[in-house]
Write a protein of this length. Structure first.
Length: 209
């Protein structure tokens, strides 16, 4: 019986080691730029409140998100909070909150970047909107999707279709198992189950004799 237990333990170990070391079984988590526009060369005439349409790279999902805009020197810029929404918003900056229609998450400015809670996830091929609750002087106006601006905290955002402000959104790629992972694990479970069945059958025969 001890020999059978040792064999089962060895089999389990082999299956787990294979899952860990066979190349390509699991996608590796990576920090990626998942949406970015940096070709705008204009600088806003003064500080304003901003919004931007963001489209995520097709086919993947990310979390641990960080967003920044750019000032006139090209340095990363983030002030106050930024709100990640699933729809456009044409209200005032002062009314941005977790109750805003389409609200997904709030990013807090730290060192020129807005950082979101690590569990917040964006999906590939999906369009999102981001809006700031603090005024900044930014660069942009390159051809693209659509940005929004407001000249005061109590004025509604106005959309500017066909143009973007400069921004970069980064995140960590969420690992997804490849098909070979499922096949390997199923094979391992099946093998262990077969060995257990043989062990029980052998014990039954021994007791019968």
């Amino acid at each position: 019986m001890n020999t059978t237990k040792r064999r089962i333990s060895v089999t389990v170990g082999v299956v787990l080691m294979a899952a860990l070391f066979v190349p390509g079984i699991l996608s590796t988590a990576n920090a990626d730029t998942i949406s970015s526009v940096t070709d705008g060369v204009a600088t806003s005439g003064g500080a304003a409140y901003w919004g931007e349409t963001v489209t995520i790279i097709v086919g993947k999902s990310w979390n641990s998100l960080s967003l920044n805009f750019y000032d006139a020197t090209g340095a990363a810029q983030a002030v106050g909070d930024v709100y990640l929404l699933s729809q456009a918003y044409l209200g005032t900056p002062a009314n941005l909150s977790s109750s805003t229609p389409g609200f997904i998450a709030e990013g807090i400015a730290t060192g020129g970047f807005y950082n979101f809670p690590s569990a917040v996830t964006v999906l590939g091929g999906t369009k999102y909107w981001v809006y700031t609750d603090a005024a900044m002087q930014l660069t942009g106006n390159g051809a693209g999707n659509q940005f929004y601006f407001s000249t005061s905290a109590t004025s509604n955002f106005t959309g500017v279709p066909g143009n973007d402000i400069n921004y970069t959104l980064t995140g960590t790629l969420i690992p997804t198992p490849e098909p070979s992972t499922s096949i390997l694990m199923l094979a391992g479970v099946g093998l262990i189950g077969l060995m257990l069945m043989r062990k029980r059958k052998a014990q039954g025969l021994a007791q019968a004799t």
